[in-house]
Write a protein that binds this ligand. Structure first.
Ligand code: C2E
Ligand code: MG
Ligand code: MG
Length: 600
């Protein structure tokens, strides 16, 4: 018995010993595993970059110490957080989550390296550079990502600063000479490609040196900063304003359309805007100063001349402005400069002409659809003491560009209305109509209807005797607006003719919407109507169009009986042109009418 008991004890001891041994081994292994895990984490933590694993939903599975530091949250709190919701700027969340979803769906080409901005827990933006690897299940399906991210914020800021130093002026933050030349070269290429023009404006402040010397450099700097701001306000966003240094600035105007002369007009308008803006007073600390500038302009179209050469041209032109006393604009090309000067003189003369009553109306007979003289088109003439009798071709366009057409057009309308009122009391003249040309700029005035109605009332003219000649371009700008203005005038009895018809867009849909009375076939189709079959086809089409819309049709520029007969044969009897009469002063026109009524 004792032997049995001893045996059992012995066995238990052996088992206990074995168990203890096992326990020790398990404990040792557990400690070993913990050490392994810790050292793995330590390795992750030693890494100088953020390491992070996301599951397939974009939740954080693992993040190292560097990542936690960057994100501003403890590692344990980060586990399970949605990456996209919590750490991306609002505007980018959705797009980046979508890319991630596509990645999980197998589009592995999306794994390329990229940089983006992340938001830390405290809302600070950091620029991070990412490298991503796909985590896959045993079956090979994507189940998440393992990424490393490097915080490159400071590096990018330094690069930006270097770029600023290299390309921007420190005082004004405007582009410097290097960037200017680069933009100018780009501008030349664009001009060549688009067959458009650009302009280079060289601007130098007048007497800046003495201001700088008397008021001190700090004050001079403030002035230069204000000049920079004003220049920037004078141009469009696509233009460039640069500072070369000192008080020298350069402006590149891009995409000026039209001919060289038209581009010059555009460039000159900007140059004027710049001059007048720089002429405004400057508040410099405690003092108030005035300053002026000299501007040199050269045009470019991308052909032949290099960027450096253009800079020289504009600089040279600027010196011409300086030599002439400053506060002015000079063009490098003397012919353009002459044209600009002529424009300035013409504009000044036109203003004086309006004030001094140098304008008058000529009247050109219109033959109606019954073959009888039924009225006249009033055509503007300028009796200039210096230039003689000037035709509208020489001044209407400039009047439109300068806004002078508004008072001038109103003067024409009033003169025609007064003439109608005078004729109303003369038996032979009383039945005549007068057609008045109205320019687009004038008709776009918001209160044009009131202006015209007031003149009609003041002069006592019969509105039924008035015909307004409008052009297609005018109507097309805003069909609804034109239609409502025309309807308002038509309600008072005024008629409408569509001048120079056939040269514009002539779309049926807008013709239908407008309360027109007449189409006027442009003289360019009449000129060769007998010999040129395509002109004849156009004239025929216009007549048919007029008939189908219930509108009258009149031809202008009819010079020969052949033309008149041809037009009559296609259904257009009404006409105007040298054949019947040239535009005449009012007395001569009245005589013409009297002679005509004697013969009738
Ligand atoms: P428009 O309204 O088309 O006027 C017709 C032009 O053709 C007039 O030129 C007229 O003298 C000319 N003409 C008339 N019959 C013949 C002809 O048989 N042969 C040739 N070759 N030409 C003929 P004008 O007077 O020099 O006027 C030119 C343009 O100036 C007018 O074209 C009109 O657009 C504009 N204009 C004239 N007066 C005014 C006005 O008071 N206000 C506005 N805004 N524009 C006006
Ligand atoms: Mg006309
Ligand atoms: Mg015409």
């Amino acid at each position: 018995m004792l032997a049995v008991i001893l045996e059992e004890r012995q066995q238990r001891r052996t088992i206990d010993a074995q168990y203890q041994h096992l326990e020790q081994r398990v404990a040792r292994r557990t400690a070993e595993l913990a050490r392994e895990r810790d050292s793995a984490q330590r390795y992750l933590d030693i890494a100088g970059v953020m390491l992070m694993a996301l599951d397939e939903q974009g939740r954080i599975l693992m993040v190292n110490k560097k990542g936690a530091e960057l994100l501003g949250e403890s590692e344990s709190a980060l586990i399970g957080m949605d990456w996209f919701d919590n750490f991306l700027p609002a505007g980018e969340k959705a797009a980046i989550r979508q890319v991630f979803a596509r990645l999980m769906a197998g589009e592995t080409r999306l794994l390329e390296r990229y940089e983006n901005v992340i938001l830390t827990r405290s809302g600070v933006k950091r620029v991070t550079a990412w490298n991503n690897t796909l985590l896959r299940s045993e079956a090979g399906a994507p189940v998440g990502t393992l990424s490393s991210a490097e915080d490159v914020t400071e590096r990018r800021q330094a690069e930006e600063r270097i770029r600023e130093l290299a390309f921007f002026d420190q005082l004004t933050s405007l582009p410097n000479r290097t960037l200017l030349l680069d933009r100018l070269k780009q501008g030349l290429v664009t001009c060549l490609r688009n067959a458009s023009h650009g302009a280079l404006l060289f601007i130098d402040l007048d007497h800046f040196k003495s201001l700088n010397d008397t008021l001190g450099h700090d004050t001079g700097d403030i002035l230069l900063q204000q000049v920079a701001r004003r220049l920037t306000h004078c141009v469009r966003e696509e233009d460039t304003v640069a500072r070369l240094g000192g008080d020298e600035f350069v402006v590149i105007l891009a995409g000026l359309n039209g001919s060289a002369k038209e581009a010059a007009v555009g460039a000159e308008a900007v140059a004027h805007k710049i001059l007048s803006s720089l002429n405004d007073i400057y508040h410099l600390g405690n003092t108030v100063q005035r300053s002026t500038a000299s501007v040199g302009v050269t045009l470019f179209d991308g052909k032949q001349v290099s960027a450096e050469e253009l800079m020289k041209q504009a600089d040279l032109a600027m010196y011409r402005s300086k030599d002439a006393g400053g506060n002015r604009i000079s063009f490098f090309d003397p012919t353009l400069e002459l044209a600009m000067k002529e424009r300035v003189v013409l504009e000044r003369d036109l203003r004086r002409a309006l004030a001094d009553g140098q304008f008058l109306l000529y009247y050109q007979a219109q033959v109606g659809s019954n073959g009888r003289l039924c009225g006249a088109e009033a055509l503007l003439r300028w009796q200039s003491p210096r230039r003689g009798l000037v035709l509208p071709g020489e001044f209407i366009r400039l009047s439109e560009e300068t806004g002078l057409i508004l008072p001038l057009g109103l003067w024409v309308f009033e003169a025609a209305c007064r003439q109608l009122a005078v004729w109303a009391s003369q038996p032979e003249m009383a039945r005549l109509t007068i057609a008045v040309n109205v320019s687009a700029r004038q008709f776009h005035e918001h209160d044009i209807v009131d202006q015209l109605l007031q003149v009609i009332q003041r002069t006592g003219a019969k509105p039924e005797r008035l015909k307004l000649e409008l052009t297609e371009s005018l109507l097309l700008d805003n069909v609804a607006d034109a239609a409502s203005k025309m309807s308002a005038l038509k309600a008072r009895g005024v008629c409408f003719s569509l001048d120079d018809f056939g040269t514009g867009y002539s779309s049926l849909s807008y013709l239908r919407r407008l309360p027109l009375d007449e189409l006027k076939i442009d003289q360019s189709f009449v000129r060769h109507i007998v010999a040129n079959s395509s002109d004849a086809v156009i004239a025929r089409t216009i007549v048919a169009l007029g008939q189908s819309l219930g509108l009258g049709v009149i031809a202008e520029g009819v010079e020969s009986d052949e033309q008149r007969v041809f037009l009559a044969s296609i259904g257009c009897v009404a006409y105007q042109g040298y054949l019947r009469s040239r535009p005449l002063p009012v007395d001569d026109f009245e005589q013409l009418v009297r002679r005509a009524s004697c013969h009738a």
